[in-house]
Design a protein around this ligand. Structure first.
Ligand code: CU
Length: 431
């Protein structure tokens, strides 16, 4: 019993320490009252977003023609730049840096609560832009442009697919530019240029090829997230705090002992040893712990790429990661992007905040997170705890969005009134 209590205390400590980097502590309060699902009226001109795995060949073709045209013409450049502009948008609980090893910078709690509504608005803008792009292409090619009204951004049902949808493998649109962020590793297309300059994106995607992010969330995991009662807890489970696989704790602890011997000089290993034995800490220490975890993940990936890797070291890194069942948001990005098998410093396009909008997987994974939220909203009245200006979202400015009829400013109320949204999901998430 004592042992059990001791272990629980440890687990709480690790949760706070190793994951606080994805935000700080989130304390929320909200109602848990079921709301009327309110079916869409049949005459409403709404598009039904479907799973990318369930699209017809005609729908896939339409989406691909719009998307590749938009990327090739640089229409996503401004989407990249806006997504990268944290100061204006405050739209992520943590900023994932371009560095290798990966590092996170913790944002304030409000920025985390803005993640879902901001990306809901961003998806609406992209969907509108893609329709305008398709109309333009159709006119150029002498095709009836009215098909553009049928275009939607599909969602990636990663939990059920456990892979990328078949047609997305190999669909790697070329073109587009992005702004150089600090810390790009050698081997990345923007490396060697001044921070703030533009570079031509070189599309990269190695799904499932990140040593320590090589699995996707299971449907039951999503089911547990959807069972959270308040928005704060729902958001936290989606984006901030991993589940712990307590049964893997002894293996993870033993693996840290191995790493201490193999990497006696590593500050990251020391940080993790302290976190495993210590008490809950501030979010700054939490960021340090998360970054230490990322660093040993990188050490493991570099080792695994050697001609004759130290398999005990690689196994120990994997065992430390085995303690965590990571949050769907970061997991989908890192799984889909993967690591360059020839250079573990370079990640896939969909993991870099400054260039990720050229990968359709970015939109499909955020469509899926949006579908989780949309599903949750059907049975919960609670909303993101945001006040004043924080309830306003303007992903693209009026002048940037003018050409496709966008650049809208959305209020939180606009974005949470399902009946007023121009889309529905063909099905809610069902674990
Ligand atoms: Cu994201």
């Amino acid at each position: 019993m004592t042992c059990e209590l001791h272990r629980r205390a440890f687990v709480r400590g690790i949760i706070a320490a190793a994951s606080a980097a994805w935000l700080g502590l989130s304390l929320g309060c909200g109602a848990d009252t079921p709301v009327d699902a309110g079916d869409a009226s049949p005459e409403a001109p709404r598009i039904a977003r479907k799973s990318a795995s369930a699209m017809t060949s005609e729908e896939i073709d339409r989406f691909k023609r719009a998307y590749e045209y938009a990327v090739a013409n640089g229409f996503f450049d401004v989407f990249n730049d806006e997504h990268y502009d944290h100061h204006r948008h405050r739209h992520h609980g943590a900023d994932l840096q371009a560095t290798s090893p990966m590092t996170v910078m913790v944002m304030d709690e409000t920025s985390g609560y803005r993640l879902l509504p901001w990306h809901r608005a961003f998806l609406l803008e992209a969907e509108q832009m893609l329709r305008a792009a398709l109309r333009q292409r159709d006119k150029e090619e002498g095709v009836d442009p009215s098909e553009a009204d049928l275009l939607f951004i599909p969602y990636w049902d990663a939990a059920h697919d456990q892979d990328l949808p078949h047609w997305v493998h190999g669909f790697e649109p070329r073109g587009g530019t992005a702004v150089v962020p600090p810390g790009l590793p050698e081997g990345h297309a923007g490396y060697g240029k001044e921070v703030g300059e533009r570079y031509e994106i070189v599309f990269a995607r190695w799904p499932g090829k990140n040593l320590v992010f090589d699995t996707l969330q299971a449907p039951e995991h999503v089911g547990r997230i959807l069972a959270e009662r308040t928005f704060a807890d729902f958001y936290d489970a989606l984006d901030v705090t991993p589940e712990l696989r307590i049964e893997n704790y002894p293996k993870a602890r033993a693996a840290l002992d191995v790493l201490e011997v193999k990497l006696p000089e590593s500050a990251a290993v020391k940080t993790l040893v302290d976190a495993f034995g210590g008490s809950p800490s501030s979010s700054q220490q939490g960021a340090e712990t998360t970054n230490a975890l990322f660093e040993i993940g990188w050490i493991g990936a570099v080792e695994a790429q050697k001609a004759a890797p130290d398999t005990e070291l690689v196994g120990a890194v994997k065992d430390v990661y085995g303690l965590f069942n990571f949050m769907p948001h970061v997991r989908m990005h890192l799984w889909a992007g993967g690591l360059d098998p020839a250079n573990a410093d370079v990640r896939g396009t969909v993991t870099y905040f400054n260039e990720l909008t050229v990968d359709p997987v970015f939109w499909m994974l955020h469509g899926e997170l949006d579908r989780y939220w949309y599903t949750w909203e059907k049975t919960h009245a609670d909303a993101p705890p945001l006040q004043g200006d924080d309830r306003s979202f303007n992903p693209l400015t009026a002048s940037e969005g003018a050409w496709y009829g966008g650049g809208t400013t959305y209020t939180l109320d606009d974005l949470t009134a399902h009946d007023a949204l121009p889309y529905v999901y063909d099905v809610l998430f069902d674990g």
